[in-house]
Design a protein. Sequence first.
Length: 56
Amino acid sequence: MAKSFDELVKRTTSKRTQAIAAARTKELLGELLLSEIRKLAGKCQREVAEARSLSE
């Protein structure tokens, strides 16, 4: 049976390594430009603005 990537990581890496990887992932995501995030999400600027106004 195929294992998910997350299951494999949990089985083969230490908690410390997982924490370091998670921190680095947050750092890299924080560096993405908003326009790249919109593009990856398939949203236009108006849609993002509308969603933000609904959450406030």
